[in-house]
Design a protein around this ligand. Sequence first.
Ligand code: LLP
Length: 397
Amino acid sequence: MFNKETINKFKTIPTPFYYYDLEVLKQTLQKLKEESDKYGFIVHYALKANANNAILEIIKSYNIGADCVSGNEVKKAVECNFKPEHIVFAGVGKSDAEINYALDNDIFCFNCESLQELEVINELAVSKNKNASIALRINPNVNANTHKYITTGLEENKFGINIWELETVVNTLKGLKNLQLIGLHFHIGSQIMDLGSFKSLCLRVNEIQNWFASRNITIENINVGGGLGVNYHEPDANLITDFAAYFKLFNDFLELRPKQKIHFELGRAITAQCGTLISKVLYIKKGVNTNFVILDAGMTELMRPALYQAYHKIENLTSACSSMKNISAPFGEGNGLKYDVVGPICESSDCFGKAVSLPETIRGDIFALRTAGAYGEVMSSAYNLRDRVKAVYSDKI
Ligand code: LLP
């Protein structure tokens, strides 16, 4: 993904920083549109994955909507000129101020997660003399077979309305005159690599649709959420995830009613591979059974490994560049050196990888932590009073 010229430029920029390859982003979006347009599917980008203006500008230009989970994300989408009729707003804990902001901006749909939330949105809509379009987020009790912290569609999770509550919800809705039920919403989890989980979701949605049809309730929109995974282990082998298989599966297994539209909310699959965290080696330190590479980036810049034991491929770009190896070839092969790659933060969990095979590494080498464009920069923090991490874009270096 990086040529020699780019790596040499990295050496002149203060580290750590996120590097975004906008060509990779555009190619990803091109493929996404091509495959979703085949079936007339509507895609919303989940801003929570990465909400940088430069990234959002490009995403919006592909005529993609916005999926938001906070009032500030709705605000950001509005400011970045996503059309209000392309904005959806989910989340188990929407505050009154957030709901009011979304009502004032006439967003397309609130994805509602509880009975009480429906009552509150209705009350606030009444006081503004407005109607709010809502979708019921239903917990489908489908296992996403992914990390437990990013599983959302099981009964034990806090998300969505459980199936056994539907009867009460539908009856209550009859009395909430300023709400208009326009859809059903589902989301089973994130980083899902097993497409079988999405098939299970489709089959469950079909059953739930039957339930609504048997009560003569017309549903115009089915929103199946996001969750499509990416290849963290070999990013260069799959820079663009398999959108063709993903969308085909929904086309094959979801039974749509006449005029129904399908919506998706993808985050990771759109932005993960275009982003890389670039860092410099501060020190090499000998441990008891290992050597440590101490980077100038830590869990404050990329929290996923500390939080979910997530894997990000680690590459020594300096040695790749000087040996003029093909960057996509495995680095350090044959020299048998293994390092624990850690950050500078005062926490033992501040570790990006244990016993990582690398070429001999020295102070000053430039490292890449790959596949960091989604849930990387957005989850960074100022813990230890660290400076906020910067972003560098491929069209500006
Ligand atoms: N829709 C809803 C309702 C969601 O909760 C999410 C993600 C998405 C869409 C987008 O999912 P995606 O296509 O990106 O998988 N911080 C975690 C991921 C949390 C995902 C939360 N919800 C991580 O770093 O892996």
